[in-house]
Design a binder for this molecule. Sequence first.
Ligand SMILES: [Zn+2]
Length: 132
Amino acid sequence: MLSIIEKLINEHGSSAILKERLELVDDKYRALEAKLANTEKENELLRKELEDLRRQVETQKIESGFVDYKGAKFKKLPSGKFEEAVYCRNCNGGMIALESCMPFACGSCGSTASFKGGQLKSVINELNQEYT
Ligand SMILES: [Zn+2]
């Protein structure tokens, strides 16, 4: 009889511990669920914000007609192609390369682009492929 009572107490004790543990796991699960829901909501908001900002940047690019590329600015013509001319990022002045092996430099402020005179055609081709 005593062993039966002892067994019952033990089983009752362990089931109480088990119940406590299950409740703890359940609490943790609920907390994680709430956290995930918040994160998903935040993610959605950030995604919308990013979309808006991307749209704004695209609009500004089209409005200004200029695209920043390789340390210089290029003008997009109404035809959708880029003008074969290089403009300064700092002062919008015209940039020239004295020789095909020399980098483009601004006639007004001296700022230089990251490509050389002989590379203009390939740079314009890259632009036409990327921004059309
Ligand atoms: Zn300049």
